[in-house]
Ligand binder design. Structure first.
Ligand code: NAD
Length: 484
């Protein structure tokens, strides 16, 4: 009997998995959670206790290193990330079935270029009649990091750079649905370390992360800080762990467009932001509140920029597909939750699910809805944008704040009225507030400031960077060491 080739096996597995309705790619001959093109990935363990022990060795090595050496490792991470961004972008889309390859490539370049390094760690000195007091930003030790499926390798690399710059070791428990590309990123960090003369294993991860391995991480005595980037469930879990935790949770960013805005620019910016990586970034525009007197003009500008307007009936049909009923085991109550098969999908694929055929030039599905529509209330993470008409700024702010659900994550506004801008910014209390630009300007892409893929609203660190992963220590020299 003729032997079946690896490519044929891969094709059959894909067909079977496809038939089962699983949207993630089948295991690939090219990569797995422990190998890439036959090369064993470094730093990947099958037992969380081993992964933590190895990360602790990494921490000891970083502790013994000069700051200059840490910076050399970070420079090497930047270089490898730039070089291998196309590989991770393609793998991320292939493995998760979500997002856009070109946008993921840009996200990796953003991480390489705009994630702060050791320069973010600064010391303070206070002098006075009683001498000199020094405050330094010290590492925590080994950080346990949980990362999402939406920006998987971007978060692993961005977290690693900040945590290493701060002098920590890191163990990851990545999202199981993005484990191959997340572990590729862990290996990249380790290769960069070796290239720059650091240890072979600096950061670590699991071959098969589970909720149990996350639990071990959350309770292990060597883990001094937990950093969690994900939805409400996992953030709640780490915040109740009893350890110091940084929680970067869900958002549902509203956009207000008032009648002083540059409507052509607003229409373009909103579609550009909303469709970036098919709406996967937690900061991306999720619902629009437009003044009634400019709403039609805004919609027509959106249509010029690749939006496709669906009717109210079509919006309801689409809601039936992209949101599914889930019954809470404890309470027995049923609630709508997003259909994971639709997250990060192309607009054309989503429209096809309700029998509407369009070309790939359609980037975003838009619809007019009322405030209570599920598209407004739920964080969809797909290129679907509901538009709610409002009569004035009071109504706009009231509804936008309610739609943000108190996440205090991100909000956007297009306006030239500084009173309106200031009022919304103050009322919504989000970590990020973007004025007159696409959402991604808020993470340094076309806007000033450093980048991060871990925006810690609930715990207050905000746009995290190396200093977020430090603890302050004070050293006091009483009555001397002043030089004046
Ligand atoms: P998710 O919540 O499904 O998963 C995030 C991570 O948590 C994964 O590693 C997952 O395996 C793990 N996890 C889930 N439940 C857990 C539990 N009970 N205990 C331990 N680990 C658990 O999120 P996702 O779908 O990958 O990402 C999307 C969500 O994350 C969205 O809500 C988005 O807004 C949010 N997000 C926030 C930020 C931010 O910076 N604030 C960044 C990216 C994503």
């Amino acid at each position: 009997m003729a032997e079946i080739s690896r490519a044929e096996i891969e094709k059959i597995v894909k067909q079977v998995v496809g038939a089962l309705g699983n949207t993630a790619a089948a295991p690939s001959a090219e990569y797995s959670s422990t190998e890439y093109q036959g090369r064993k990935l470094v730093g990947i363990y099958s037992d969380m206790n081993d992964a933590i022990a190895a990360a602790n060795e990494g921490y000891k090595a970083v502790r013994a290193m000069s700051v200059e050496k840490r910076e050399q490792i970070i420079t090497a991470i930047r270089e490898l990330t730039r070089k291998e961004a196309p590989i991770m972008a393609e793998m991320g889309v292939k493995e998760t079935g979500m997002g856009k390859v070109e946008h993921k490539r840009l996200k990796h370049l953003l991480v390489a270029d705009k994630t702060p390094g050791t320069e973010d760690i600064v010391s303070e000195a206070k002098t006075g009649d009683n001498g000199l007091t020094l405050v330094e930003m010290a590492p925590f030790g080994v950080v346990g990091a949980i990362t999402p499926s939406t920006n998987p390798s971007e978060t692993v690399i961005c977290n690693s750079m900040g945590m290493i710059a701060a002098g920590n070791g890191v163990v990851f428990n990545p999202h199981p649905g993005a484990i191959c590309v997340s572990n590729y990123a862990v290996d990249l960090v380790n290769r960069a370390s070796l290239m720059a003369g650091g240890p072979k294993v600096l950061v670590t991860s699991m071959d098969k992360p589970t909720l149990d391995s996350a639990k071990i991480m959350q309770t292990h005595p060597l883990i001094r800080l937990l950093v969690c980037t994900g939805g409400p469930g996992v953030v709640r879990s780490v915040l109740s762990s009893g350890k110091k935790a940084i929680g970067a949770g869900a958002g549902n960013p509203p956009v207000i467009v008032d009648d002083t805005a540059d409507i052509a620019k607003a229409g373009k910016d909103i579609i550009d932001g909303c469709t970036f990586d098919n709406n996967l970034p937690c900061i991306a525009e999720k619902e629009v509140f437009a003044f009634n007197n400019i709403k039609d003009r805004l919609i027509s500008e959106m249509l010029k920029n690749g939006a496709y307007l669906i009717s109210a009936a079509q919006a309801d049909a689409l809601a039936q597909v992209v949101l599914v009923d889930v019954t809470d085991k404890k309470t027995g109550k049923t609630k709508k939750t997003i259909n994971r098969k639709c997250v990060g999908r192309d607009a054309a694929v989503l429209l096809d699910m309700i029998g509407v055929k369009v070309g790939n030039d359609v980037r975003c599905i838009i619809c007019e809805t009322d405030f209570n529509h599920l598209f407004v209330q739920e964080e969809l993470m797909m290129p679907i944008l509901p538009i709610v008409g409002v009569s004035d700024i009071d109504e706009a702010i009231d509804l936008a704040v309610k739609a943000e659900h108190g996440n205090r994550h991100t909000a956007h506004m297009h306006s030239k009225n500084i009173d309106n801008l200031s009022r919304f910014a103050a009322a919504v209390e989000t970590t990020i507030f973007v004025k007159n630009a696409p959402s991604y300007a808020g993470i340094g892409f076309g806007g000033e400031g450093h980048t991060t893929f871990t925006i810690a609203g609930p715990t207050g660190e905000g746009i995290t960077s190396a200093r977020s992963f430090t603890r302050k220590r004070r050293c006091v020299m009483a009555d001397s060491f002043r030089i004046i």
